[in-house]
Write a protein that binds this ligand. Structure first.
Ligand code: NAP
Length: 293
């Protein structure tokens, strides 16, 4: 049933910057709520609902794109200098629209290494990786933008078309064991649904500028991979110890194993009352399995 106090109506117009995996899922879903949605891409898509935006070539979208915009969501990562690509070029333009709401997809990488301990929005960010320092810089740019910004900190994103199943299928799987190492994750549908839930309840619940969206069960990579092999009824390869495996990992792949944290969703799920669709990797991966081509 539709929420009668919902701040979402079919008069809403969303601009989504960076329509990759999460942006596409969000756009599809929010259109089902009757909202108008225009999405950016760095290349011309030959689609009336898509417009070209590439921060690297100073390409400013056509004026028509901005008419009647009520909501903005950015899914674009920091540029190489750690600046936010959208704010760098369009900050004044977006401010002039006086949007009702602006969302920004960030990462839980800004928390840095918590050595396996739980981390929440109350904890001070302590980014270790260069890319996470850039990300924190972008978060701060948004927070200082005078826009009604809501930042969503996300752990590893997966869903149909981007999950361990694809890694297995493409022979990219590495079964690595590292003592006490866990990862947090989130199914793409829960990113979208949590944001829509917050928008629908915006008028009746306390506004939080920073919110983690993560599932209930941080766990080791091996548990996830084993579960996928079980669903496929295949035998999982023997695990390799991290110290051995790391010699062959790219620097970026290695960097993910340096940090170890459990991301808390208490604010979203307990305080604000969002009910996860896929509370655990098992539920989420079953959904991916059922959607395998
Ligand atoms: N993947 C993860 O596990 C993960 C985890 C936590 C947080 N995040 C962050 O959450 C956000 C959404 O993640 P995602 O995996 O859904 O993203 P994604 O699929 O990688 O999509 C990113 C989008 O950003 C656009 N983009 C990149 N650089 C741009 C630039 N300079 N100017 C204009 N557009 C640019 C890309 O445009 P094109 O479509 O033209 O390529 C793409 O549509 C990202 O900021 C990501 O870094 C990701």
């Amino acid at each position: 049933m539709r929420n009668l106090t919902s701040s979402l109506t079919n008069k809403n117009k969303f601009l989504i910057f960076g329509c990759g995996f999460s942006g596409t899922f969000f756009a599809k879903t929010i259109r089902k709520h009757g909202c108008t949605v225009l999405t950016s891409s760095r290349s011309n898509k030959n689609d009336p609902n898509s417009f070209v935006f590439d921060s690297e070539n100073n390409n400013i979208p056509d004026e028509n794109i901005f008419k009647g915009v009520t909501h903005v969501l950015s899914c674009i990562p920091p540029d190489k200098n750690g600046k936010d690509p959208v704010l760098k070029i369009l900050k004044n333009k977006i401010q002039s629209l006086s949007p009702e709401w602006v969302g920004y997809l960030s990462t839980t990488g800004v928390y840095g290494n918590t050595y396996g301990n739980w981390v929440s929005e109350k904890d001070q960010p302590n980014p270790f990786q260069k890319r996470s320092q850039k990300r924190l810089n972008c978060e701060n740019e948004w927070l200082e933008s005078d826009l009604p910004i809501q930042i969503f900190r996300l752990p590893g994103i997966y869903g149909p078309g981007r999950s361990t199943f694809e890694s297995i299928k493409n022979n990219k799987i590495r079964v690595i064991h590292k003592n006490n190492q866990v990862f947090s994750r989130i199914h793409v549908a829960d990113i979208t649904n949590a944001i829509i839930y917050l928008l629908e309840n915006k008028n009746s619940s306390e506004f939080h500028p920073i919110i983690n969206i993560a599932d209930d069960e941080p766990c080791s990579q091996i548990e996830v991979i084993q579960y996928c092999y079980d669903l496929l009824k295949l035998r999982m390869p023997e695990p390799i110890l991290f110290e051995e495996a790391k010699k062959e990992l790219s620097p970026i792949a290695q960097s993910f194993w340096i940090e170890n944290r459990r991301v808390s969703n208490e604010l979203l799920c307990k305080k604000l009352g969002y009910k996860l669709i896929y509370g655990s990797y098992k539920l989420g991966l079953k959904n991916c399995f059922l959607n395998l081509n």
